[in-house]
Design a protein around this ligand. Structure first.
Ligand code: 6GU
Length: 243
């Protein structure tokens, strides 16, 4: 997968060199480049922003540098075209399903806005050439899209084939089945007066699976009642009702 990130703070994306994302890059699974938006400015001040039409606080990113950046990063006739992802608190929610969709793309371009955002015409024009998604991490406001790109790239990269050693951990994890994951334990069996639930040490795999499912249901009901309500009745088994 090819990924381009455009930002006025390219150093903010330095963590993409580390850990498992760094390893995915080194192994060739991920071909990632970070670009400074100011590369595509032409004035001495390398201006990227201006005051908003219609008034209001803050500054808006001017369209010209973004237009040139996308012209440079999208090869003419690229087939399929890349997907442009624009992090914004006004975007659609980023969820595991989107991470799966984007892990199947061959080329993603992230446009990191700062200030009050990017002139909307950049997105309108890009949409005539490629799919465009404005995406939000949640209901709070960040300074800019850079940290959102770190989050999204971590969620997407771990779904790329060959990145996670153990594919089973993808199947089991929170959000894979629309439920939060059950709590986990390791050795020692007793620690500071707190014991590992006896059932996990019983060796009875049927009862362990049932216990984990019940714990997942209880957690989800308490912490994310919205997720439980969204679970289709067909996703519940008869014994879930008890939990
Ligand atoms: Cl994706 N960007 C910004 N700037 N703020 C956010 C966000 C994204 N998601 C939540 N808040």
């Amino acid at each position: 997968m090819r990924v381009d990130v455009v930002s006025i703070f390219p150093e903010y994306l330095a963590p993409l060199d580390l850990s498992l994302i760094g390893r995915a890059r080194a192994s060739g699974v991920l071909d990632l480049a970070v670009h400074d938006l100011r590369t595509w400015t032409h004035d001495v001040h390398r201006t990227v922003d201006d005051t908003p039409y219609g008034g209001g606080p803050g500054m808006v990113m001017r369209p010209e540098p973004w237009g040139e950046a996308l012209d440079a990063l999208v090869p003419v006739e690229e087939d399929p075209p890349p997907r442009l992802v624009v992090p914004s608190p006004a975007g659609v929610p980023f969820r595991q399903a989107l991470a799966h969709e984007w892990a199947a793309e061959s080329h993603l371009i992230f446009a990191c806005g700062r200030y009050e955002g990017i002139d909307q015409r950049v997105l309108e024009h890009a949409a005539t050439r490629m799919p465009v998604t404005e995406v939000s991490l949640g209901d709070y406001v960040l300074f800019g899209g850079e940290v959102a790109v770190l989050v999204i790239m971590e969620a997407v990269t771990r779904l790329l084939p060959g990145v996670l050693g153990n594919a089973d951990s993808l199947a089991e994890e929170s959000h894979a089945h629309g439920l939060l994951e059950a709590p986990v334990y390791t050795k020692p069996p007793g620690w500071r007066g707190h014991d590992v639930p006896e059932i996990l040490r019983s060796g009875d795999h049927g009862r362990i699976a049932r216990w984990r499912r019940d714990q997942a249901l209880i957690r989800t009901a308490r912490r994310r009642p919205d997720m439980l309500a969204a679970l289709a009745a067909t996703d519940l088994d008869k014994r879930d009702v008890a939990a």
